[in-house]
Structures are given as C-alpha cells and as structure tokens.
Design a binder for this molecule. Structure first.
Ligand code: ADP
Ligand code: MG
Length: 392
C-alpha cells in the first residue's frame, strides 16, 4: 500500500576507523536493498548525517575524532526514527549498554566473529524503523480522521441549533401574525366606534358604542394577559423540583376562583408526590389551561346542571411523570383535533376564549421534551394525556 517501487532505497551509514572492519562490513551488507555509505571518521559521518540523514547508522563506538555515542545523538536529533547499532570492543560493554539506554537498537562486539549476525541485526533494525514509521503514519491518519469526525460533529450540532432556532422563529412568526390579526379586528372596531361617538348626538347610542368599545378592549386585554403571563414566567423563574399533585391542587383553586364551575365535580386520583424538573409557573399554567377547558366543555354540555365531571390523574414510571385531564363535556369533532393546538383556534365567543390556552400548553411541554395527546368524542367527553420526562 506504500508504493514500494517508488520508495527510495534506505540509507545505511557505516562508520569505522579500521579499514579492514569497514571492508568486512561493506562485504556483508552489500547486496541488501540499501544504499550504503561507508566512512572512516566521525567527522565524515557527521557530515553525511547532516546532509542526507540515514535510516540505519552502524558505527564504531571508539572513533578518534567524534565518538559513536555522539554520532548516535546527532543521528537521532536529525531523525528520531533513525536506528543505530553500536560496534564496540569487549572492554567497553558497559558503554555499549549506556548506548542502549540512549536508544541504540543493538550493539555488536569486536572482533566480528559472526558477520551474518550483523546482517540479521541490520535487517531487524530497519524493520523496526519501518514499523515505527508506519505506526506514525497510521497515528497521524487516525488523528486526521478524528479531527474530521470532530468537525463533522460540530457542524451537525451547529446545524441542529440553527434548525431549532429557525423552528422557534417560525413558531414566533406564526404567533406574531396571529396576534396582529387577532388584535387588529377589535382595534378597527374600536376606531370605528370612537369615530361614531365623535359624531353622535344621541346619548343612549353613545353609551351603547362605549359599551362595545369596552368589550373590544377586553378581547385585546385577554390576549395580552395570556401572552405576557406565559413569557414572564419563562424568563424570570428558575427550574426546581415541581410536585405535580400540589401544583394541580393550586391550579384547581385558580380555576374555581376564576370561572363559574357550578355543578362540576372535580375527581382527582393523585399520588403522594410526583416530581418533574421545571418552572413551577409553567407547569401550573399547563394544568390551569387544561382544567379550565375541561370545566368549560362540561358547562357547555350540562349548562350548570348536575352530571358534569372533570377527572385528573397523575402517575409515574422510571423515566417520566404522566398526567391525564379528562371530562365528560361537549367533546371535540374528529376533524378539529388537529387544529386545537394552533394559536387562536377557538370555538368560544369573543371575550370567552382567546384560542391561546392549548398552544401555550403545547409550547411549555415541548420545552421540557414532554408530549401531549388528545382523545375525544363529541357529546361524550375528552381526555388529554401528557408525559414529562423526569430528567429533561
Ligand atoms: N376539554 C375540552 N373539551 C372540548 N373542547 C376543547 C377542550 N379543550 C379544548 N377544546 C377546544 O379547543 C379550543 C382551543 O382551546 P384553547 O387553546 O384552550 O383556547 P380557548 O379555550 O381560549 O378557546 C377550544 O375553543 C375548544 O374548542
Ligand atoms: Mg382555553
């Protein structure tokens, strides 16, 4: 895989000041697939290392000018992958060992009894170098791939963040368009009526117009109140462990105080405690909106007569807490189930509904990676089921 044909022959540098030994070594190593340079002095060797480098240095330890150990250092400095074999006399085995500590591949002892052993050691040294180079190549290849992967991961994360952002913006855009639309019609109504009041002499009519103006203003106020209560809680409050049963009791109180719920029986099946990690106000708003809708649906069907029932159940498994808000109210036709979560979808008369309640519920739940589903049958009732992961 490494184009062996075009690889330049490996360079073997032999250094010994005894011409006979140099000749023997040359003879032994000739015929191997190396380029051989043989020199008799340390200085010459240093020049060759400096100019060309070498793959394997085979050097006498005791040269008169520069020691073999210094040549070893020089060669390793030039290329840390250069392998070195030190040739030494019996007398200095200890320095040969020192050379090993300096990362020489091996040493051979003089006199050279087994010259073929030298050939074997030279081959092994070069093999070691090849392997080290191959390892380095693989490592850098791995690092390259790793960096590529990291870059790809970063890119996909950025893309995801961008997508989430644009989805949010799209959501906000729809909402803003809806708000503009919802507010502009009462606003034009108010303007027309105010102009009419300006021209009107008849006091009774003026009063009537004023009443209408107040009514229009209420519509606008309701929308603003619902939106601001949502966005305020979203920014100022911290997430804590929110106990659903407790929050639901609070939500029930709020609904009972804010709307006529005569004849409606609230039936709760709540555990001692069930916690999610969230902002208290947001979770409370989810239940206020769902319970209020349920109560309104029951009133619509029973008109305050007995028989109306709103049920609230809570439970949990390992990963999430679930809740169910059901009623036996007016129900929702099949073909409307897909639009009830849209902002401003309402079937209630002006002043009674803004069509924002379920949209707010939906947006809060998605924020906590929760889900909501609905099942309904007209004139039988409706059940909303929600699930919030404990860790979100
Ligand atoms: N429990 C329910 N039973 C019957 N209809 C419901 C129920 N909850 C929601 N809806 C329908 O969904 C519409 C949207 O609800 P919501 O977003 O809370 O707005 P609003 O209550 O202001 O109309 C309601 O107008 C109603 O038609
Ligand atoms: Mg509502």
């Amino acid at each position: 895989m490494d184009q062996p044909d075009s690889t330049p022959a490996r360079h073997l540098l032999i250094v010994d000041d005894e011409p006979v030994i140099l000749q023997i070594l040359q003879a032994v190593l000739e015929g191997e697939p190396y380029r051989l340079t043989a020199v008799g002095t340390g200085r010459e060797a240093a020049a060759v290392i400096e100019e060309q480098g070498c793959d394997l240095l085979l050097t006498d330890k005791n040269l008169p000018d520069i020691s073999g150990i210094d040549l070893l250092r020089l060669a390793k400095e030039k290329d840390p992958f250069t392998e070195v074999i030190i040739i030494t006399g019996y007398a200095s085995v200890e320095t040969a060992i020192a050379a090993m500590e300096l990362d020489a591949f091996d040493y051979v002892l003089k006199p050279l009894n087994n010259v073929f052993d030298i050939r074997k050691k030279a081959r092994q040294a070069l093999q070691k170098r090849d392997m080290a180079l191959e390892n380095r190549r693989l490592l850098s290849h791995l690092q390259e791939k790793n960096a590529e992967l990291e870059a790809a991961l970063r890119e996909s994360q950025e893309l995801q963040a961008e997508l989430i952002q644009s989805e949010k913006l799209a959501g906000i855009g729809t909402l803003a368009a809806g708000i503009a639309h919802e507010i502009s019609s009462p606003l034009f109504g108010i303007m027309g009526l105010a102009e009419a009041v300006d021209d009107e002499e008849d006091l009774a009519l003026v009063r009537e117009y004023a009443g209408d103006i107040v009514e229009y203003c209420r519509n606008i106020r309701d929308i603003v109140v619902e939106l601001t209560s949502y966005s305020r809680t979203a920014t100022t409050e911290y997430r804590t462990a929110v106990d659903l049963p407790r929050i639901i009791e609070d939500a029930l109180l709020l609904v009972e105080r804010s709307a006529p719920v005569d004849g409606v029986v609230f039936d709760r099946q709540l555990p001692e405690a069930a916690y999610v990690h969230a902002r208290t106000n947001e979770i409370q708003q989810v239940f206020v909106n769902l319970i209020k809708n349920a109560a309104e649906a029951v009133i619509e069907r029973f008109g305050g007569a007995p028989g109306g029932r709103v049920g609230i159940r809570v439970g949990q498994d390992d990963e999430s807490v679930w809740a169910e808000v059901s009623d036996n109210g007016s129900g929702i036709p099949d073909d409307k189930l897909s639009v009830i979560f849209d902002p401003f979808y309402t079937t209630k008369p002006p002043g009674k509904g803004t069509g924002l309640g379920l949209n707010v519920v939906y947006r809060i739940l998605t924020k906590y990676r929760g889900t909501i589903s609905v099942e309904s049958e007209p004139e039988r009732g409706t059940t909303f089921r929600l699930k919030i992961p404990v860790v979100n």
